[in-house]
Design a protein around this ligand. Structure first.
Ligand code: MSP
Length: 656
């Protein structure tokens, strides 16, 4: 029988800033869904990628002094770039699209032309507002308090010749799609779309720009580049081979089963995207699911908070699976959730270390201790004592499936942990250590108790595979599950695990995390990452204001030799210098450089000083002049070097 197909996508990411745990959230959720569908036997295509055009990228590349292509290449394929992150997070995407891929570029030009040829794209003049960071055009009436309704930032006036897409023509069909079908979920997002965008009147959409060049040129009017959202949304079909020869999967996989997208881009996916497809005469995706945001301290995650939520740091500290698990176990997918490290550690400790980890290590070690690692054939059921656990574990796949089909990851995991909790209770109820006191009488019963625990662990671990693929496989290894009892079919009923199974005790898969130590370590790592991200070298900008030569010549710079140097009492900064300035009388200068030099290392050195500054008192001591030093900033830290002269220069020599 042919396998059922399942095509799932994540939004393609802007390679403008480093990805944080919020971006990781959606991709991990998509990955869990894709793995679940593969487990159930579907032929899955999971697509992700990067959205690489637009003014924001062009501006950032300019800032960085590289071409836009070099800029995106570094962030996508460079070290710790997007591809590395997905590898680290064990993301099982089948395809990765970059909107700079040449097949995509060609396909976008064809798509644009087709919509132009059918009259849905026309040339006009754009007058309105533009939000640079979001790359979104807005009409005056759509602004909120004069600012971008999506991100709340300033918008700028924009006027230019542009192509427009007749979005207004599709308003009724899109409204019907949203209101009368389950195209957009959760349902709560439907009202927002209809009331905020469709009912006030859907205006035609500006779909080309002439004010920058980093985009896909309209091939029949090359001064124009295609609006980045038209370019980006089409990735879902170009990656299948639509209007290009790179792939041949369009017939097989389109329409997509679901696009997972963050709530702020639901508008593009549920209004503009279906209208574009209607214009092209192509089928619509079956569903768009708008998930919530992970918030930090109640607000949006941002670059400035980046180090706190760096997935590399979190995965390194807690492990990739723990991080994946936390994201999907803690927050309901459709709503916003508050991220915190405390919550992350708590979830690891309660669910993974305490509940699952303990159940596994207790069970496997008891099978080792009481049966030498292999259960005997002779086992005694006790229907009364076993019934509830067996019933719960047997029904688990169905309950889990019901939640997974609705993308309710949190609930699906809750179902698994109900069973795991029940199994832990089952250990206490059956007190294997008491049964073990008389193996002759109780051996068969003890063997059955152990079997029931292993079987529960097996079923749970198979269903956990989409969430924690690496660890779930290790759980299955430890409980002795054969390949045949790691399948979807095998968890549909109780008893697939061999009665005489052999366990293999392994590492502790989910060690408990010491909250205080871990929080301190995280803070230190975030600090370290912040420093590492600082520029290597920062120099004071040069002054542009000119100083005339005569004024400059009024400054009397001399070579001075250090006769004595000591710390000024009660001052952490000041050093007191006694200097030979060539006049025969000692000169005293105070200098705030104690952070960088020890007094004894300066005695005997030849330095440079300006000697005709008016005297100045510091800490009750008089300073007559100033020593000259070079200052710069390295990795955020101020550095100072005294200007040291050749010792053969005599004290008092004038610098000119
Ligand atoms: N390039 C567009 C998508 C084009 S799809 C045709 C884009 N990229 S993005 O990099 O800014 O965001 C990618 C996804 O990450 C979005 O779905 C966005 O909602 C999601 N998230 C970014 N920050 C997030 C959180 N803090 N929490 C959850 N998801 C978040 O938009």
């Amino acid at each position: 029988m042919e396998k059922k197909r399942f095509y799932i996508t994540t939004p393609i990411y802007y390679p403008s800033d480093k990805l944080h745990i919020g971006h990781t959230y959606c991709t991990v959720a998509t990955d869990a869904m894709a793995r679940y569908k593969r487990l159930t036997g579907c032929d899955v295509l999971f697509l992700t990628g990067t959205d690489e055009h637009g003014q924001k990228i062009e501006d950032k590349a300019k800032e960085a002094g590289v071409t836009p292509q070099e800029f995106v290449d570094r962030i996508v394929t460079g070290p710790k770039g997007v591809l590395d992150l997905w590898k680290l997070m064990d993301i099982s995407n089948d395809r990765f699209i970059r909107t700079t891929d040449s097949y995509h570029v060609t396909a976008i030009q064809r798509i644009f032309r087709k919509m132009y040829d059918n009259g849905d794209i026309y040339k006009g003049k754009y007058v309105g507002k533009y939000c640079k960071p979001c790359e979104s055009f807005w009409t005056e009436s759509q602004l909120v308090d004069g600012k971008c309704p999506d991100c709340g930032r300033e918008v700028v006036d924009a006027e230019e010749e542009a192509y427009f897409f007749r979005l207004s023509k599709y308003a009724d069909r899109v409204q019907h799609l949203l209101e009368d079908t389950d195209f957009l979920e959760p349902r709560s997002r439907v009202n927002e779309m209809v009331n905020n965008f469709i009912k006030p009147g859907l205006e035609d959409l500006c779909v080309s720009r002439t004010s920058f060049t980093w985009g896909i040129p309209v091939d029949f009017d090359p001064g124009h580049v295609v609006y980045v959202w038209v370019d980006a949304l089409s990735n879902y079909i170009t990656a299948l081979g639509f209007m290009n020869n790179q792939y041949d999967d369009y017939e097989k996989f389109w329409p997509a089963d679901v696009h997972f997208v963050g709530k702020e881009i639901v508008r593009f996916h549920s209004i503009i995207w279906p209208a574009m497809l209607m214009s092209l005469g192509e089928p619509l995706p079956k569903k768009v699911y708008g998930h919530g945001w992970l918030l930090l301290d109640g607000g949006k995650m941002s670059k400035s908070k980046g180090n706190v939520v760096d997935p590399y740091i979190l995965a390194e500290m807690f492990g990739v699976d723990a991080l994946r698990f936390f994201l999907l176990r803690t927050f309901p997918f459709g709503s916003d959730g508050n991220f915190s490290n405390e919550l992350l550690i708590n979830t690891i400790n309660v669910d993974l270390a305490n509940d699952l980890g303990n159940l596994l290590s207790r069970t496997v070690s008891m099978v080792g201790k009481y049966f030498g690692g292999t259960l005997p054939e002779d086992q005694a059921e006790d229907p009364e004592k076993d019934a509830e656990l067996v019933a719960m574990a047997s029904a688990l796949r169905g309950r889990y499936e019901e939640q997974m089909e609705k993308f309710q990851f949190q609930n699906a995991l809750a179902e698994i942990f109900k069973v795991i909790d029940r199994a832990n209770k089952y250990i206490d109820e059956n007190a294997p250590w008491v049964l073990a006191r008389d193996m002759e009488a109780n051996g068969p019963r003890l063997a059955r108790v152990m079997y029931n625990l292993l079987e529960t662990l097996r079923i749970s671990a198979v269903l956990l595979t989409p969430f924690i693929p690496g660890s779930a496989a290790k759980v299955l290894d430890q409980v002795g599950a054969c390949q045949g009892c790691r399948t979807w079919e095998s968890v549909g009923e109780w008893g697939a695990l061999s009665r005489t199974v052999t366990v293999s005790r392994g590492e502790n898969l989910f060690p408990r995390v010491d909250m205080e130590k871990a929080l301190a370590a995280l803070e230190a790592k975030a600090e370290e990452a912040k420093r590492a991200a600082l520029p290597d070298l920062e120099l004071e900008p040069q002054l542009t204001e000119k100083v005339d030569f005569d004024t400059f010549c009024k400054s009397d710079f001399r070579a001075v030799k250090v006769k004595a140097c000591e710390n000024v009492k009660k001052s952490a900064k000041l050093l007191k210098f006694t200097l030979d300035d060539g006049t025969g009388a000692d000169r005293q200068i105070l200098s705030g450089i104690a952070m960088w030099y020890k007094p004894e290392e300066l005695v005997g050195k030849t330095l440079m000083a300006i000697v005709n500054l008016p005297p100045r008192k510091m800490m009750g001591l008089e300073s007559n002049g100033m020593l000259i030093s070079a200052v710069h900033t390295e990795k955020g830290e101020e550095k100072l070097n005294l200007l040291m002269l050749d010792d053969k220069i005599p004290a008092g020599a004038k610098m000119c």
